[in-house]
Design a protein around this ligand. Structure first.
Ligand SMILES: [Zn+2]
Length: 67
């Protein structure tokens, strides 16, 4: 089971393109990072403590404080 919950040891308040699991290749690698989607730093579409925004049909997200 792949999860993306623990990759933000430092604040990142810049919006970045959200990577959907369906965009990964047949090995489950991120199309941006070319490493395992579960291990890469990209934001997924349903992560906790992330603010999402749509721009021109593309979903972006940024980490928000969780405390
Ligand atoms: Zn990635």
């Amino acid at each position: 089971m792949k999860q993306k919950f623990r990759h933000f040891s430092r604040p990142n308040n810049t919006f970045a393109k959200v990577v959907f699991a369906v965009e990964c290749d047949e090995d489950g690698n991120c199309p941006n990072c070319h490493i395992d989607y579960a291990e890469c730093p990209c934001l997924g579409p349903t992560m906790p403590n992330v603010e999402y925004e749509w721009r021109n049909g593309i979903m972006y997200g940024r980490k928000i404080a969780d405390d």
